[in-house]
Design a protein around this ligand. Structure first.
Ligand code: SF4
Ligand code: SF4
Length: 136
């Protein structure tokens, strides 16, 4: 009688395609496999791709941003290279930092719509089923 049902805890992550993880500061680092896959899909040589779409940070290639800080490949909130997107993007938000560090989780939750309903502990449980990205 009059019992108050607690909201069910989220049991899986669902991306709302808000595009927020592709905007703003933050580096999209590319692995050598990412560079190969994306340059091939764009029909560019590795060198031309690197020169046109990346710069170096911590001695690794990183995707450039548009003047408004959107990722260079973000188009109308969608990824223009979706099928070949960088590993780092494919794994989001299942990064080790997000799943193990409450501060990183809060930061991620502040802009990722799919994390909105999650508390850290719930996300940790869901993340246990995933292979986490060790570091970006
Ligand atoms: S490569 Fe695609 S998924 Fe990754 S940040 Fe850019 S637009 Fe987003
Ligand atoms: S911020 Fe989260 S919900 Fe939005 S597109 Fe990225 S992964 Fe999906």
């Amino acid at each position: 009688m009059g019992s108050h049902k607690a909201k069910p805890k989220p049991t899986e992550f669902t991306c709302t395609r808000c595009g927020n993880c592709c905007r703003g500061e933050g580096h999209v680092y590319l692995t050598p496999e990412d560079v190969k896959r994306i340059s091939e899909s764009l029909g560019l040589s590795r060198e031309t791709f690197l020169k046109t779409y990346t710069y170096r940070h911590n001695r690794r290639p990183v995707l450039t941003n548009k003047p408004n800080m959107d990722c260079i490949f973000l188009e109308k909130s969608l990824c223009a290279v979706h099928d070949v997107k960088p590993r780092q993007c494919t794994k989001w938000p299942f990064w080790k930092t997000v799943a193990t560090d409450p501060a990183s989780f809060s930061m991620a939750k502040s802009y990722c719509e799919g994390l909105k309903e999650f508390e850290f502990e719930d996300f940790k449980k869901v993340a246990e089923r995933e292979e986490l990205l060790p570091r970006p």
